[in-house]
Write a protein that binds this ligand. Structure first.
Ligand code: PLP
Length: 394
């Protein structure tokens, strides 16, 4: 007899667990580990936002809001989507939730049935395939590499669509590659999507973290897709608010209503305090954080580019680099064989105390992900350690 449901038994154990455990053990020993696995800004929430949260508590905004969130914040988000993304939504089409991750979960539960397929370009963020499976659907992974800047081409999209396809999932700027789809690239995908009646889920949570590149929202370029597109965003990354747990989706009204209903019976409304704080977030965006990320990115990319056997595409957004280290597979470090990204990450941690995530977790086994949500000094030190590590490989 099974103690666990077939639903949760399908969830793959996290590929990052061993790295995580090892990293934490080393840090607990007092070792100077540079932890480049972080998926969140190392900055504090901007002060005006933090104070708005405190004020919300002391002024008694400590009760439930409507399940989809307070109307004033949904209005503010509709205004933001119009002003910054050229997307026209009514407040009723915005559903707030406890994070973009939660919004994505609601989406798959709302649009997917067992047997459906969701097209997922790799490298992908780790939670996507599991969330799709939890909704009973199957992720159809489309492998993308450096040759297309880690981006799916219209030809690849066309080839992946079957009668079972329910949705395409797009994430730009991307976690883990930092790739940003250009206007022309999005239009190319839009042309294919016009010919096939499938949903488009676009995760734009890193939109404000771009370096030189410009972020575009697909439905703004292809308005005819509006009635089957779901735009996901949140406050975690752009406003350094990961712990406040607040995200949202903008969707066609029938889907927004269905997701609200789902949420009303699962989590209920997201935190009222976080919603109050978020009301001032759009005016408190701190460009200095983006500039600092760009400085670290430039240093890290420059350092990685000089490493023999490593190839690197400069990320245009988010706060990760995704170097290809497969050129070093087949080498040894002090007799220890490096045969895959897992060996590479483990050995790098043991030898030089740099913690990274092997690419397998993102569906791309020849790579590792390094987050530069660490101080500039740590980025500089990481480059020194990486150089020493690669030099020692035989
Ligand atoms: N989407 C992507 C691509 C992410 O990297 C993350 C966080 O790591 C999220 C969504 C979830 O963000 P949150 O749930 O904190 O809003």
């Amino acid at each position: 007899e099974q103690r666990l449901s077939s639903r949760v038994r399908k969830i793959a154990p996290s590929a990052t667990l061993t790295m995580d455990a090892k990293t934490k053990a080393l840090i607990a020993e007092g070792q100077p580990v540079i932890n480049m696995t972080a998926g969140e800004p190392d900055f504090d929430t901007p002060t005006p936002i933090a104070y708005a949260g405190v004020k919300a508590i002391t002024q008694g905004f400590t009760r439930y809001t409507p399940a989809a969130g307070s109307l004033d914040l949904r209005r503010a988000i509709a205004g933001k989507l119009m002003k910054e993304n050229h997307l026209s939504y009514a407040p009723e089409q915005i559903v707030l939730s406890s994070g973009a991750k939660h919004s994505l979960f609601n989406i798959f539960a709302t649009i997917c049935d067992p047997g459906d397929e969701v097209i997922l370009p790799a490298p992908y963020w780790v939670s996507y395939p599991e969330q799709i499976r939890l909704a009973g659907a199957e992720p159809v992974i489309v492998a993308c590499d450096e040759s297309t800047g880690f981006k799916m081409t219209p030809q690849q999209l066309e080839a992946a669509i079957t009668p079972k396809t329910k949705a395409l999932l797009l994430n730009s700027p991307s976690n883990p590659t930092g790739a940003v789809y250009s206007e022309a690239e999005l239009r190319g995908l839009g042309e294919v999507l016009q010919r096939h009646d499938i949903y488009v889920v676009t995760d734009e949570i890193y939109e404000k973290l771009v370096y030189g590149a410009e972020h575009h929202s697909l439905p703004a370029l292809c308005p005819e897709l509006m009635d089957r597109t779901l735009v996901v965003n949140g406050f975690s990354k752009a406003f350094a608010m990961t712990g406040w747990r607040l995200g949202y989706v903008a969707a066609p009204l029938d889907l927004a209503k269905a997701m609200t209903s789902l949420q009303s019976h699962s989590t209920g409304s997201p935190s009222t305090i976080s919603q109050k704080a978020a009301l001032v977030a759009f005016d408190a965006f701190d460009i200095a954080m983006v500039q600092e990320f760009e400085r670290r990115r430039n240093r890290l990319v420059e350092g990685l580019q000089s490493l023999p056997g490593v190839s690197i595409l400069a990320p245009e957004g988010a706060f990760y680099v995704f170097p290809n280290v497969s050129g070093l597979f087949g080498t040894t470090y002090r007799g220890k064989p490096i045969q895959n990204a897992d060996d590479f990450s483990q050995t790098l941690l043991e030898a030089e105390l740099i913690s990274s995530v092997p690419g397998d977790a993102f569906g791309s086994p020849g790579y590792i992900r390094l987050s530069y949500a660490v101080s500039y000094e740590q980025v500089e030190e990481a480059v020194v350690r990486l150089e020493r590590f690669v030099k020692a490989l035989q």
